[in-house]
Design a protein around this ligand. Structure first.
Ligand SMILES: *Cc1c(COP(=O)(O)O)cnc(C)c1O
Length: 288
């Protein structure tokens, strides 16, 4: 179902037919401006469902409450809620992919909570078992019980060691207040990232929630993507011992996913490395 061909789909077909995609509201790049993103994206979705497909033919609407690989895109307030209400009104199952956003990462147990949305199904993995391999689908009993026992089975399904790790991870998230920790990380890092914005800066946008934060790099004063800057910044950080990951459709976004248990001193040091990377690369491009 991923919308990204390389590396995820290239050469892997055939794929399940009738997966439709609609534009997701991307405030920084919405053609008619950020203020119109929610309304126009919703109109595109409802039009596709009602006109092209027919609502009764749609099994599910799947959304990431904050896009991960796509560039850490936070949808405008109210969008997710409107999508969920539209789905419910038409008997369509609303699925939130919380694999990257879930389990405290965004400063709530699930990112949907920020938007007051309760999905019918939630997918989780990544942080679920603290690094042990485990993925889960959680949902309303009516949906979960529709599958016959063993119908969603597999060699490793319900692996006892991975499940024990997940229980440990959940206990740790609660005991150590890691949801709150993610909020503290946001409060600590965002002002320093926002200070990097500016008309003559390659940092065009700063966004994210909790400990899921990102910088989008552009040609200064425009929204033209600058993937080469993102790549150089990531490489500089790597040389200095700070691991960042590039993402986004244009490969021009650097995502920050610090561990929720990171000490504030280490976090500050990492952000300092990031700042140094950006100022060094800016200085060298100004000379060039
Ligand atoms: C990593 C990731 C996936 C893939 O999860 P698997 O459990 O490895 O299939 C799906 N969605 C999002 C948002 C992810 O970040």
């Amino acid at each position: 179902m991923t919308a990204k061909n390389v590396p995820y789909k290239e050469g892997f077909g055939p794929f399940a037919p009738e997966v439709y995609r609609v534009p997701s509201p991307y405030p920084f790049r919405w053609p008619s401006g950020a203020d119109n993103a929610a309304e126009e994206a919703l109109a595109a979705l409802t039009d596709t469902v009602l006109t092209q497909i027919g609502a009764h033919n749609v099994a599910a609407i799947v959304a990431e409450p904050i896009q991960g690989e796509g560039g850490f895109i936070v949808p405008p307030a109210g969008y997710l809620k409107a999508v969920q209400e539209f789905a419910t009104a038409h008997g369509i199952v609303f699925v939130a992919d919380e694999i990257q956003t879930g389990l405290g990462r965004t400063g709530a147990m699930f990112a949907c909570e920020h938007e007051d949305v309760v999905p019918d199904l939630i997918t989780t993995a990544k942080a679920l078992a603290g690094g042990m391999p485990l993925a889960a689908v959680t949902g309303r009993a009516e949906l979960m019980d529709a599958v016959a026992p063993g119908g969603l089975g597999g060699t490793y399904a319900g692996n006892p060691v991975a499940c024990a790790a997940a229980l440990g991870a959940l206990e740790t998230i609660e005991r150590d207040n890691l949801v709150e920790r993610a909020q503290q990380i946001e409060a600590r890092v965002i002002p320093r990232l926002e200070a990097l914005l500016g008309h003559d800066s390659p940092v065009g946008d700063v966004r994210g929630r909790g400990a899921m934060l990102a910088l989008e790099f552009v040609k200064p004063g425009t929204t033209d993507p600058a993937p080469e800057v993102a790549k150089s910044v990531a490489a500089y950080c790597h040389r200095e011992g700070v691991l960042t990951l590039v993402c986004g459709t244009f490969g021009n976004v650097i995502r920050l996913l610090p561990p929720l248990v990171i000490s504030m001193d280490l976090l500050d040091e990492a952000v300092s490395v990031l700042e140094a990377a950006i100022s060094t690369i800016r200085a060298s491009s100004e000379v060039a």
